[in-house]
Structures are given as C-alpha cells and as structure tokens.
Design a protein around this ligand. Sequence first.
Ligand SMILES: CC(C)(COP(=O)(O)OP(=O)(O)OC[C@H]1O[C@@H](n2cnc3c(N)ncnc32)[C@H](O)[C@@H]1OP(=O)(O)O)[C@@H](O)C(=O)NCCC(=O)NCCS
Length: 229
Amino acid sequence: MLIDFNIHGVSVFGAPLPFDSQLEKSFSNWLPDGMKNVAQTRQQEFIAGRYCAFQASKVVGYDLSQLPAAPTREPIWPEGILGSITHSKQMAISCVSVSDEISSIGIDAEELMKIGLAQEIERVIATEEELLMIAGADYQTDITILFSAKEALYKALFPLARTFIDFKEVKLIKLVSDKGLFELELKSSNPKLKGYLGRYEGSFKLIGETVVTVVSIPKVVSKELYVHS
Ligand SMILES: CC(C)(COP(=O)(O)OP(=O)(O)OC[C@H]1O[C@@H](n2cnc3c(N)ncnc32)[C@H](O)[C@@H]1OP(=O)(O)O)[C@@H](O)C(=O)NCCC(=O)NCCS
C-alpha cells in the first residue's frame, strides 16, 4: 500500500508482514546468495523490503530491478534514485526519491514502546532536556518518535558520512504532533560528521501501533560536506 507522507518528491510504500508467499516467490531472485541460509523470517523481511522499494520506485517512474546490500547492510541504490528500507514485526516499508534536491533519505518503523522499556532506555537515547520536552500524556508515543526519528536520521546520514552516530549526538528539538513533523539537531565532534552538523526536519505517521519516521537530507548539506571532507 502507498503511504501518504506528503513529502515533496518522495514516495513511501508498505507491505504487511508476514509477507505474502506468492510475492515472496516472485521476488526471491532479489535475495543475495549470502542470505540463502539465514532464518526464513529474515529472508522474508528482506524480500518484503525490496518489494516495497520496487513499488515505491514505480510511483516515481523508476523501474528498479535489483537492490544489493553493502557489507554494512545499507541498500546500494542505482544512479538516479535513492531510498531507505525499514521493517517492524507488522510491516516492511520503503521510501524512495528521484528528486535532485535530496542527497539521502532514511526511514524507520518502530512499534509503540512499552512504558517499561521506554523508562529503561530513555536515558540512553535521550538527554534530560529532551525527556522534559516529551514528558506528558503522550510520553509513550513521543519517546517512540524520538527513538525512531534518530534511527531514520542515522540511516539517511550513514551512506554519506559512513560513521556511527550516538543517540546523544542527535537532539530532538521540536515535535509538532498534530502536523506529524519534528526537527532534530546533530552536534558532534566526529570529524566525519563535520559537513552534516545542523538541523534536519522530518515527518512521522502513526500507522496502527507503529510509528514511522522519515528524514531527508537536502542536497545543500552534502555539498557543504564535500567542501569540508
Ligand atoms: C542500522 C540500524 C539503524 C537499523 O535499524 P533497525 O531498527 O535495527 O532495523 P530497520 O528494520 O529499521 O532497518 C533495517 C534496514 O535498514 C537498512 N540499513 C541497515 N544498515 C544501514 C545503514 N548503516 N545505513 C542505512 N541503512 C541501513 C537496511 O535496508 C535494513 O534492511 P535490510 O537489511 O532488510 O535491507 C540500527 O540497527 C543501527 O545500527 N543503529 C546505529 C545507531 C543509531 O541508530 N544511532 C541513532 C542516533 S543518530
């Protein structure tokens, strides 16, 4: 199914998991040889992600025929298209873009965090300031958005910067729940991130019990990077 994120030049497509067995068969040639012995559920989510990438690409007019994975797991998109893949227990989703205004994009899906888990990990994934910002009636949703948004930014930046980013290096600075928008700020002393420091806008959607976030990196940011690196 198409998911309406209303982000200019970006299409988002999702498929329920467990994945349809007929479609899994049709897309089985997208599974790399190295994954033929991994658990069935992992093969299924991998193929479902590729199927979503194929469908999302079709929407923006691109006929995607293969999508290999790098040793560091990120998909290797062909020239002229970029995107990202995520899966939760319930669904696989991919977002893609052929826009020349975007240099990278990241998507993440997370099931709403149980209160117990949220309280256990909140100090690992958020600062005191962020926790104060999301304290309130929607804590469970908001902490899941915070976590997912940081993962989506990581997935967008990794193919460009090729470095690890700690949760505390990214801060949620704005959350506009009724508009499905958020803003993150990357601050880091990691030299590989020098060209990427600053603010990023993202969008989120709650689909059933799953939070889905998308963050795109505007091209100007990566142009600055190429000057610095
Ligand atoms: C890579 C990572 C983001 C994956 O997230 P996840 O919630 O475990 O899994 P998801 O289902 O959302 O995403 C998995 C998909 O992401 C993509 N992916 C994996 N590694 C990636 C990377 N380094 N960069 C971009 N995309 C990546 C792949 O398409 C993968 O699916 P596939 O293997 O079936 O193709 C996460 O495991 C990780 O390593 N995080 C590092 C730390 C971090 O997130 N910091 C956040 C602070 S900014």
